[in-house]
Write a protein that binds this ligand. Structure first.
Ligand code: SF4
Length: 171
């Protein structure tokens, strides 16, 4: 992908690179705004920052979402709902945790008896975005980090590994 064939408009690359390039640049996301961080999220989606130029499309259903953004304070009451929504997403799926509250409990880390001290206690997080609240530029950096992660994933090797694990289980 980094070495275009000179002159003819031909790009040479591994299938895995091409698939990953497509996957990383066309992510649909389930937005989960929980508190004040979600206001920054709205700004990021507005015309000035234009999040869609990353190839990201908001979805309201977990079934068509590639990743979920947890944006705000995760109370125990909402934690259960977040876990259900995550489980309803199809593989491969990713999680971006936005802001101090979602990362570690934020201002509620000590006395917030009702707040989960990090969404990673219930679902795996791929990218953490720091801040209280993070600016829209920080969201964009988080998205670039997720794209890099997807770009580096080994699709075929992963399938081989899963097949091997399945055959080992059947022995
Ligand atoms: S991290 Fe700060 S801005 Fe974001 S939801 Fe928590 S208190 Fe609000």
């Amino acid at each position: 992908m980094d070495d275009p064939y000179e002159g003819g408009g031909i790009v040479l690359g591994k299938i895995e690179d091409i698939l990953n390039w497509g996957r990383s640049k066309s992510n649909w996301y389930l937005h989960f705004g929980l508190a004040c961080c979600a206001i920054e999220f709205m700004a990021m989606n507005a015309s000035h920052f234009d999040f869609m130029r990353f190839g990201t499309i908001p979805r309201t259903s977990p079934r068509q979402a590639d990743f979920i953004m947890i944006t705000g304070t995760v109370t125990f009451k909402m934690a259960e709902r977040i876990k259900i929504l995550y489980e309803q997403m199809a593989e491969p799926k990713y999680v971006i945790s936005v802001g101090s509250c979602s990362n570690c409990g934020g201002p509620y880390w000590e006395h917030g008896y009702h707040v989960l001290k990090g969404v990673d206690k219930i679902i795996p997080v791929d990218v953490y975005i720091p801040g209280c609240p993070p600016r829209p530029e920080a969201f964009q950096e988080g998205m670039i980090k997720l794209q890099k992660k997807i770009n580096e994933q080994a699709i075929f090797n992963k399938r081989k590994r899963l097949k091997k694990e399945q055959s080992d289980d059947n022995k």
